[in-house]
Design a protein around this ligand. Sequence first.
Ligand code: HEC
Length: 162
Amino acid sequence: MTPARIVLTSLAFATLLTAGATRMRGTDVGYPAGYREWTHVKSELLGPEHPAFPRFGGLHHIYANDPAMRGYRSGRFPDGSVVVFDLLAVNHEEGRTFATSRRHLDVMEKDSARFPSTGGWGFAEFPGDSTGDRLSPEAKRSCAACHQRMADDLVISEYRDR
Ligand code: HEC
């Protein structure tokens, strides 16, 4: 091997190692324990007329931790921001619409170093009351793609403080 080839081969190897490490940690967005005590950002009821109903229909509440609240106020979300989309099924009875079981918990975590390919955000989805993420890497990319289309720093919802 010529010296140039040795340098190139070592560079390629180093890149592979780095990519491997990033990928391993990159898939890891943990269950957001205690999120019900975070700031409630907003709620919304999505009905059968909405195109996203099959996947996101029901009543959702959005919660943000303290770093994410700085992001809602400034438009730039710092690393460590976590935002939770808590989706509950609903039932209607005698003029009352009320939440029943959880459909899933969607989570976004900002870490620019771990999630560079999805706008600095990691995505996870915990079905029902489980604490295990069910999203494949492809599914995470499609979460990110819609969020990237709809918002500069990927967070779509807005916080109203009055
Ligand atoms: C087709 C577009 C679309 C896709 C795909 C999508 N989302 Fe969202 N997401 C939205 C919209 C719109 C909101 C804002 C809802 C609101 O304001 O109440 C949102 C809100 C959120 C929030 C609250 C933070 C924010 O951006 O407002 C989280 C967390 C979230 N989504 C996670 C996910 C995850 C995880 C996936 C993939 C499983 C996903 N989303 C896929 C459109 C999408």
